[in-house]
Design a protein around this ligand. Structure first.
Ligand SMILES: N=CN[C@@H](CCC(=O)O)C(=O)O
Ligand SMILES: [Mn+2]
Ligand SMILES: [Mn+2]
Length: 317
């Protein structure tokens, strides 16, 4: 598949016995092998908080993939599913760009082999590595329309001197422009006080659609569903990226920048359902989990529940 060095993931958890009636993630997951049949779900970890460090945030997200596997491991599966773990790309301090390229190489290989890819971050710099994989896949080269849906309190469209966790979507916009395309980017959950007027203006100039966090209440679910439906109508392949700071800080404290308001988990789950069932979801990544800041593993448990939901309800693309 790829010559990238990957660190194997480890899986263990509660075991009530053999057979499908006792199935949990840890017993369903196998190490990825290049010759498996298409249509599997393949996990890849991105051990990086270099982007968070550069963005003056609170480092610790490099341990996110291990914590997410731990949270997923004992979750029960209602039905058997083909799940594989390709292992982790590790990013050394100061070497974010090469790490993103390596992640992109792994992701492109998995997509071209016909698999659904779930990337376990990592700071939100993971999204640019994921994008490199999807944009480098044969489907996009053949003309499929890419759409990026970000669930996030932040636009992450910073125009900084070096790539970081606050820049991935401007990097994507620049890369799409260089390829003669325009980035189709939509964001749900933007916190007005966490994004300057300059960021709102950049979003507007790039044609980015967004809903604010206080427009994403459960009472406003029809408007959220319309936003997602309209986005889905404009794309062939979706990159769904979940920055866990989109959730209320009470539910997701284990992130660099916890949200004072946030989007309720039931609304986030409904968005995940719509995208997963659309038949257009190619790639999911989950970003910003910082296990160092996560009492009772609250954030990793919520993140695992969302990953579980997407993976088990996804219609093949
Ligand atoms: N990925 C995070 N991006 C946010 C972080 C904000 C913060 O640390 O306060 C951003 O750059 O805006
Ligand atoms: Mn964010
Ligand atoms: Mn983000």
């Amino acid at each position: 598949m790829t010559r990238v060095d990957l660190i194997p993931g480890t899986w263990s958890g509660r075991d009530d016995g053999p057979g499908p009636e006792h199935l949990r993630w840890h017993s369903a997951v196998s190490a990825f092998e290049p010759d498996i049949a298409p249509g599997a779900t393949v996990l890849v970890g991105f051990r990086s908080d270099e982007g968070v460090r550069r963005n003056k945030g609170r480092p610790g997200a490099a341990r996110g993939p291990t914590a997410l596997r731990h949270a997923l491991a004992s979750m029960a599966l209602a039905d058997p599913i083909r799940l594989f773990d390709a292992g982790d790309v590790a990013v050394a301090v100061g070497h974010l760009e090469s790490g993103q390229r390596r992640l992109g190489e792994v992701v492109a290989g998995l997509l071209d082999a016909g698999h659904f890819v779930t990337v376990l971050g990592g700071g939100h710099e993971v999204a640019y590595g994921s994008y490199l994989g999807l944009s480098g896949s044969t489907a996009i080269a053949s003309g499929a329309r890419l759409g990026v849906l970000n669930l996030d309190a932040h636009f992450d469209l910073r125009n900084d001197a070096v790539p970081n966790s606050g820049t991935p979507f401007l990097q994507m916009a620049e890369a799409e422009a260089a390829a003669g395309r325009s980035l189709n980017y939509a964001v749900l959950g933007i916190a007005q006080p966490s994004n300057t007027p300059a960021l709102f203006a950049r979003a507007a100039s790039l044609g980015v659609r967004h809903l604010l966090d206080d427009e994403c209440s459960a009472a406003n679910l029809p408007a959220v569903e319309s936003f997602v439906d309209e986005f889905l109508r404009t794309v062939d392949l979706v990159h769904l990226t979940i920055d866990l700071d989109v959730l209320p800080g009470s539910i997701a404290p284990g992130v660099s920048a916890p949200a004072a308001f946030g989007v309720p988990v039931e609304v986030v789950q409904r968005v995940c359902d719509l995208v997963a069932r659309s038949g257009r979801l190619a790639l999911l990544d989950v970003a910003e989990l910082n296990p160092r800041l996560d009492p009772d593993n609250r954030t990793s448990r919520t993140a695992a529940r969302l990953i579980h939901r997407v993976v088990t309800s996804r219609a093949p693309s």
